[in-house]
Each structure stands twice: as structure tokens, then as C-alpha cells.
Design a protein around this ligand. Sequence first.
Ligand code: DC
Length: 228
Amino acid sequence: MSVNSIPVIAIDGPSASGKGSVAERVAHQLGFHYLDSGALYRIVALAAHNKQIAWSDGATLGTMIPNLHIAFTNGEVLLNGENVSTAIRSPAMSNGASQVAVHPAVRNALLALQHSFRKAPGLVADGRDMASVVFTDAQLKIFLTANVEERANRRYKQLIQQNIDANYDVILQDLQERDARDKTRSSAPLMQTKEAILLDTDNRNIAQAVAFVLKEYQASLQKFNSQQ
Ligand code: DC
């Protein structure tokens, strides 16, 4: 099986839209691999913070990336052997990830690593540019979104459940800032490609969103088979 014939389901969308949970469950149901590309940008932000490299210094960040040892093992994210699963989810690293992601040098340095996740029997990849840049030949492209108040509300409830102090207005403002940065940057901005199917989750829970993606995937397979 050539790499290009391995199916990819690309799920793009804004921060806190729930695309990670949906993508992970779709991958599990299909027995596919899963790529959380946002985690890579978060790792870059954390590694830069540890090495005291500014998030605005794209050139230095780009040369730092090939020397990082990044692994996803048993649901944990490891940076140079250290479990950073919790550290990369902090509000500071969410913000840092969005800042390091504007640099073409950072995006290019992460490209080959993202491609290496494409393994049989298939891959579900979530992020901002999975359909537009990284896996342009994806079998199925989904643009998963929800309005910003709904996303802020979900993030707020999630933090409270984890006993983490949270303020709805601060979360809302942070999401609005990250949305604006992710959509307006010149390199690989967040966007819905013309082939992507819109999945609006304002009125759908995770199980319904997963069912939607699986149904679209089956439909894409039937379409593909009928064209052979
Ligand atoms: O999906 P997330 O919230 O974990 O992503 C964190 C940041 O990383 C997000 O603000 C923008 C950036 N990102 C990106 O630019 N491209 C991707 N494919 C994934 C994430």
C-alpha cells in the first residue's frame, strides 16, 4: 500500500470546538491512527518557554524543532522523555501555541513529522490546516465549528469540572483573540476549504458529531468505490 493510498480524515476547526474529542473517537471506532496537530504547536511553545526562546522568534524556533524528541505514547505526550500532557494544556501554552504557529519556519519544520502519522489502515488528523496544507488529498475533509460563546461555555465547564479556577469572560476573550490570530495569519490560516463539509456542533453533542463524521466517511467510500 503506497502512503498516498492510506485514507486520511481531516478535521479542522477553531479552538475549543470539540474537534479533538470527535477526531479521537472517530479514529478509535475505525481503528485508525490519530494526529492531534495542535499538540505539536503546544509542545513548541513549551520547549521555547523552557529554553527562554521568544515565541516571536520564528527563525530560532524553526532550528530548535528538529532537535526536539516528541512522542505520543499510551495517550501521553512526551517531550525529550518527559510527560508534558498537562503542561501543554495550560492557558499560557494555548496562547503560546497560537503565537508560534504564525511562523512559516515553525510550520515547515513540523510538516514531515505530521506526514509520518499517515500509516495503515488510516489516519484521523485534527488541526487548522489539515485539509488545506498538510493532507490536501484527504479522503474526507470536515470543518467542525461552534459559535464562540458556546465554545467558551464548554471550556469553562471543562475547567470547573477539573477543579481549575476559571472565568467565563476571560476564556471568551482569549478564544476571540486566538480565533482572530489563527484566521488572519498569512501562513496556513484557519479556513474551510471548498471540499470540506461543515459540521456545526452548536446543537450536537460529541456522540452526534462522531456519528455525522462516520456517516460522511462511509458515503465517501461508496462514492470512491463507484468511481473505480
Ligand atoms: O487545536 P489546539 O487548540 O490544541 O491548537 C493550539 C494552537 O496551535 C492554535 O491556536 C493554532 C495552532 N495550530 C495551528 O496553527 N495549526 C494546526 N494544524 C493546529 C494548531
